[in-house]
Design a protein around this ligand. Structure first.
Ligand SMILES: [Zn+2]
Length: 72
C-alpha cells in the first residue's frame, strides 16, 4: 500500500489504525517527500502552540505554506 503520500495528514492526525501508524513510520524512512511535509506541518503546529499568530504572516506566504503542505 502506497497511499501514505496522498493521505499523509490523515495519518499524522491519527485518523488511521495502529497498524497504519506503524506503516507510516516505515514509509517515512523511505519517502523524503513525506518527511519534508511532516516536518513543515509539525513546525507550523509548534509555532501556533507557541502563541505565533497567523495573522502576522502575509497572506501570500500563508497560502504558499498551505499549498506546499497540501500540495494543491
Ligand atoms: Zn510518501
Amino acid at each position: 500500500m502506497e497511499n501514505y503520500c496522498d493521505n499523509l495528514l490523515d495519518y499524522v492526525n491519527h485518523q488511521g489504525t495502529a497498524n497504519e501508524a506503524i506503516g507510516l513510520m516505515e514509509h517515512l524512512h523511505v519517502c523524503q517527500r513525506c518527511r519534508q511535509n511532516i516536518d513543515l506541518y509539525r513546525e507550523s503546529l509548534e509555532l501556533m502552540q507557541q502563541g505565533f499568530t497567523i495573522r502576522d504572516v502575509p497572506g501570500s506566504l500563508k497560502k504558499e505554506i498551505l499549498d506546499f503542505v497540501f500540495e494543491k
